[in-house]
Design a protein around this ligand. Structure first.
Ligand SMILES: O=C[C@H](O)[C@H](O)[C@H](O)COP(=O)(O)O
Length: 234
């Protein structure tokens, strides 16, 4: 079993009866969703809130009951993958283009559980180009302003046309090399008119499941509390 599958399937164990669960996007959380499909067939009572049309189609095909985000009184748990995770469990997300809905759902959820394989764990965020969702209107002007923050960005394409997100927007993949102040960059990017959202998830992770090769899995629960308490005692 590969490391993504190990992590993804393990995360399904956190879903209990009657939960409303944010369903992430990507090849790691895919395994969580497949597992949840099996559990639902065996009687688990849950509802999913998908973070992309792709995940929505997958969940539907597996018979997982879905609920519109506007009708969800609360989201108990969101489970999602990541492109990079640093030592403080801050993330880069959006490699699959779903970052806006993913961030909305993670921020609404009472708990945010991240599933990755060990290759995603880095010392400093930034080797993976940061995805930034922008509106198509005036996109080159928006790109110039983003590049002014110290990166070189590329418009994501699908074939020869721009890649279009589920929300009808473009994505810039921004090479920052090393991001030392993820919180500051997150705020600066989102202050630029034309930017819809960026893929930095700062101080949002509550728990993480890391799949390692040879069948090992590492779980860190309540990461946020742990980091905050270690910061207080410094
Ligand atoms: O937009 C996509 C998401 O942020 C994914 O969760 C992220 O790219 C990780 O995907 P994967 O598990 O396929 O590496």
């Amino acid at each position: 079993m590969d490391a993504k599958q190990i992590a993804g399937e393990k995360a399904a164990e956190y879903v209990k009866d009657e939960m409303v669960v944010g369903l992430g996007t990507g090849s790691t959380v895919y395994w969580t969703i497949v597992k949840l499909g099996q559990l639902v067939k065996n009687g688990l009572k849950m509802k999913g809130v998908p973070t992309s049309t792709k995940t929505e189609e997958l969940a539907r095909s597996l018979g997982i009951p879905l609920i519109d985000i506007n009708n969800a009184k609360k989201i108990d748990l969101a489970i999602d993958g990541a492109d990079e995770v640093d030592a403080e469990f801050n993330l880069i997300k959006g490699g699959g283009g779903a970052l806006l809905r993913e961030k909305m759902i993670a921020s609404l959820a009472e708990r945010f559980l991240v599933v990755v394989d060990e290759t995603k764990c880095v010392k400093t965020l930034g080797s993976f180009p940061l995805p930034v969702e922008i509106v198509p209107f005036g996109w080159q002007m928006t790109r110039n302003r983003i590049d002014g923050l110290g990166c070189e960005s590329k418009l994501r394409t699908a074939g020869r046309a721009p890649y279009i997100t589920d929300n009808g927007n473009f994505i810039l993949d921004c090479g920052f090399d090393e991001i030392h102040d993820a919180n500051g960059l997150n705020l600066e990017l989102n202050r630029i008119p034309g930017v819809v959202e960026n893929g930095l998830f700062v101080n949002m992770t509550d728990a993480i499941v890391i799949g390692r090769n040879r069948g090992k899995v590492e779980e860190c629960l309540f990461c946020r509390e742990r980091i905050q308490s270690s910061t207080h005692t410094k």
